[in-house]
Write a protein that binds this ligand. Structure first.
Ligand SMILES: [Zn+2]
Length: 343
């Protein structure tokens, strides 16, 4: 742009003979030809130039003020049932499609879980925490990410009535107590203990996938069937296989006998993420324990609502800004293995 403007100016100067003519020293062309004539006065700038269009000042190059201004960089796995990992101002409030969902930790890292029906593109906003004494936060920045769709399937399972839903008064009481324990545990939030990188909690082939809609068909006619979405990833392993912590974390709940989950360990990984390993035959940790990645949590089994031995591994994303645990969402554990902080 600037070069073109200069070319335009040069072209106009040429048209007025200012630059192209070489008049020789002292005067305009022809002045030196008649030596007897009195020397013509040298007039400089006698030819008035028309006014030039003002040359606009170049636009200022924006300089990011990362000390106070909002900034955000995000990466995947941005798929329905996956998550967005962002780097933003430490302590900033992070929103998803306008709704506050997370707080960036001391390293500026925030995770935003994506529901199975998350729209695309997702808009992630960052609003820095106000600095001490300030009355305003200094604005908001946004990042937009395309979210890949899921293509989940539907499957049917034949099960006995007593594992589809609690039938007896004792079973109903068991289910109710289990729910109370889980609800209490899920209201506790621990700080992250490690960089973001998960590992598979047990060695074995994957079986039933996250996201499959399952219809439980009763084997007998004395109860109703039910339909639910499989909210974790199954790993096909025999009873007694070692189950290890997928990442360092704080044990929120370790119970040998929850109604649906059986023996289960709820491990807070920080940043809103909780790993849940279910149907375990032995539990080696207790609530409040801090465990390192790969530490033994117990052994797999076939406790709770199962059709056979396996490990059900689930990851829950909790909105740390909400008291309503009913709005928390389950994420696809295999996608969570890809979680990394963007550069
Ligand atoms: Zn499962």
């Amino acid at each position: 742009m600037e070069t073109a403007q200069r070319s335009g100016i040069v072209a106009r100067l040429l048209a007025f003979g200012v630059l192209a003519s070489c008049a020789g020293p002292g005067g305009p062309p022809g002045a030196a030809a008649d030596a007897s004539a009195p020397a013509a006065p040298v007039v400089v700038g006698a030819v008035p130039l028309p006014p030039l269009d003002p040359i606009p000042e170049p636009a200022p190059v924006p300089v990011a003020d990362t000390s106070t201004g909002p900034f955000i960089t995000c990466g995947g796995p941005a798929k329905q049932g996956g998550a967005i990992v962002c780097k933003a101002n430490p302590g900033a409030t992070i929103s998803l499609d306008g709704k506050p969902v997370a707080v960036a930790d001391a390293d500026g890292v925030a995770i935003i879980g994506l529901a199975r029906d998350q729209q695309s593109p997702a808009t992630v906003g960052v609003r820095p925490a106000p600095s001490p004494g300030a009355t305003a936060t200094g604005g908001e920045a946004y990042a937009s990410l395309d979210v890949q769709p899921r293509h989940d399937t539907v499957s049917k399972f034949e099960m006995e009535c007593k594992v589809i839903a609690p039938q007896s008064a004792a079973a109903k009481r068991h289910a109710e107590l289990s729910w109370v324990k889980k609800d209490k545990a899920m209201h506790v939030f621990a700080a992250p203990l490690a960089p973001l990188a998960l590992m598979k909690p047990a060695a074995g082939p994957y079986s039933s996938e996250f996201g499959v809609t399952r219809t439980y068909v009763p084997k007998t006619g004395d109860c109703e069937g039910s339909t639910s979405v499989h909210n974790g990833q199954d790993i096909a392993i025999a009873t007694g296989t070692e189950v290890r912590a997928p990442m360092a974390g704080t044990v929120l709940l370790a119970d040998p006998d929850l109604f649906y989950e059986g023996g289960a360990v709820f491990l807070d990984l920080g940043r809103g993420l909780v790993s849940v390993t279910m149907h375990m035959s032995r539990i080696d940790v207790k609530a409040g324990d801090i465990v390192g990645q790969g530490q033994l949590l117990g052994l797999s089994g076939s406790t709770g609502r199962v059709t056979g031995p396996h490990l059900h591994w689930a990851i829950k994303f909790r909105n740390v800004l909400s008291e309503d645990r009913g709005t928390d969402i389950w994420l696809d554990p295999i996608l969570m293995l890809e979680l990394r902080v963007p550069n």
